[in-house]
Write a protein that binds this ligand. Structure first.
Ligand SMILES: [Zn+2]
Length: 343
C-alpha cells in the first residue's frame, strides 16, 4: 500500500489514529477535514490529501466546521508535550506529574487533556505513566536480576505496590520470571495435530507456550528453572480444549493464557485477539489500533514475540500488500490456519 492508498483507507474507515497526520480536502466543497470527520464521504476523485492544515489552506481550502481539523494539530502538539513531560518525570527521581499539571502546561482543562491524550495514545496519562514505569521495571528485571533493586530503580515506592501493578499481567511473579520460571510448575505435552506436532505448556494460570515442531528441550530453554511435568490428568482437559481451538481456529475460545510482555506487547496481543476469525490486518493497522500508529516495526516484533500461537492469532496479521509476511512456524501453517478460518 502506498501512502495515498493508506490515507484513502484511513479516511474511508474514519480512523481517528490518523487525525493530525494529514488532512483531506474536498474539491467540490472547498473544505478540508481530519480523516475521522463524521461527514459523508465524497467521491475519491474529488479528494486531495495534504500533510498539514497549513498546506490545505495555502491551496485555498477552508477548515470543516464539523470536524475542526485545525484543532487536531493543537491536540497533537499538546499530547506530544504531555508525553515529553511524562517521560521526563519518569526519568528522574521525584514526584509524579499530575493531570492538572499536564493540563496547565498545555493550556487545556484537565478533562480535555485527559480526553485528547486518551484518544491519541489509547491510554490515559496516568496509565501511560504506569506503562512507562512497568517497561522500565521489566528492562531492569531482565538485566539486573536483583528484584528488589529493580523495583526501586523503577520508581515504585514499595514492593507491594509493584506486585499489585504486575499482578494479573504476569502469571508467574516477577521474581519467578527473572529466574526462568523458578517456583512455577509447567505441565506440557507434545501432541499430533493436522498441522503437525504441537507443543502445549501451561502453568496453573493458563497456557504459557503453544508452538509447532518444538520439544521439551525448547521449553526448558525458555523456562530453565521451572518444574516441567509431562502430561498428567490435571492437564488433560485443558489440552483437549487447546487441540479443539487449534483444529477449528475459527470457532473462538476462552482458554486462559499466562503470557508475559511489555505494556506495548500486551496491547498488540489484545488487538490481535480482537481480529475476527476469517479476517486479517496489516502490521500498520495493528500498530494504530495499539495506540502507536508510527510503531509499525515494533508491532511486528510484538507480533513475533507471541508465545502462544493460534490462541493469540498472530497469523491474522499479513503484509499491507496482501502477501502473507512471516510466521515463526512456517508459511504453510499460517496459510492453512487462514484458509480454515475463511470457511
Ligand atoms: Zn470535516
Amino acid at each position: 500500500m502506498d501512502s495515498t492508498e493508506l490515507m484513502q483507507a484511513a479516511f474511508a474507515a474514519r480512523d481517528r489514529s490518523y487525525d493530525g497526520r494529514f488532512v483531506v480536502a474536498v474539491t467540490t466543497t472547498n473544505i478540508y477535514c481530519r480523516p475521522s470527520c463524521p461527514a459523508r464521504r465524497p467521491r475519491p476523485e474529488n479528494t486531495r490529501f495534504y500533510a498539514s492544515a497549513e498546506q490545505a489552506r495555502e491551496a485555498g481550502f477552508r477548515p470543516c466546521r464539523r470536524c475542526e481539523p485545525d484543532g487536531v494539530t493543537r491536540d497533537r502538539a499538546a499530547v506530544e508535550l504531555a508525553i515529553d513531560l511524562l517521560r521526563q518525570a519518569d526519568a528522574r527521581i521525584g514526584p509524579r506529574i499530575s493531570l492538572a499539571e499536564l493540563a496547565a502546561e498545555t493550556g487545556y482543562s484537565p478533562s480535555h487533556m485527559q480526553r485528547v491524550f486518551t484518544r491519541a495514545t489509547g491510554l490515559s496519562p496516568a496509565a501511560y505513566a504506569r506503562a512507562l514505569r512497568e517497561e522500565r521495571a521489566r528492562v531492569a528485571l531482565s538485566t539486573a536480576g536483583a528484584v528488589t533493586g529493580a523495583i526501586y530503580e523503577a520508581g515504585f515506592e514499595s514492593a507491594s505496590r509493584f506486585y499489585d501493578s504486575m499482578e494479573g499481567k504476569l502469571g508467574m511473579t516477577p521474581s519467578a520470571w527473572v529466574r526462568g520460571g523458578a517456583g512455577a510448575t509447567i505441565r506440557w505435552a507434545v501432541v499430533a495435530t493436522t498441522l503437525g506436532p504441537m507443543l502445549v505448556a501451561a502453568t496453573d494460570r493458563g497456557v504459557c507456550r503453544l508452538s509447532f515442531d518444538e520439544t521439551a528441550e525448547d521449553l526448558a530453554v525458555r523456562f530453565p528453572n521451572a518444574d516441567l511435568v509431562e502430561g498428567g490428568e490435571a492437564f488433560a482437559e485443558l489440552l483437549a480444549r487447546v487441540i479443539e481451538a487449534v483444529e477449528r481456529p475459527g470457532a473462538g475460545h476462552d482458554i486462559p493464557l499466562d503470557v508475559q510482555g511489555t505494556a506495548f506487547q500486551q496491547r498488540v496481543w489484545a488487538e490481535l485477539r480482537r481480529i475476527p476469525a476469517g479476517e486479517t490486518r496489516s502490521y500498520a493497522q495493528i500498530a494504530a489500533a495499539a495506540g502507536h500508529p508510527g510503531a509499525v516495526r515494533a508491532a511486528g516484533s510484538a507480533n513475533g514475540a507471541n508465545a502462544v500461537a493460534v490462541l493469540i492469532p498472530c497469523h491474522r496479521v499479513i503484509r499491507a500488500d496482501g502477501s502473507l509476511g512471516g510466521y515463526a512456524y512456517g508459511l504453510d501453517i499460517k496459510r492453512e490456519l487462514l484458509e480454515r478460518e475463511r470457511q
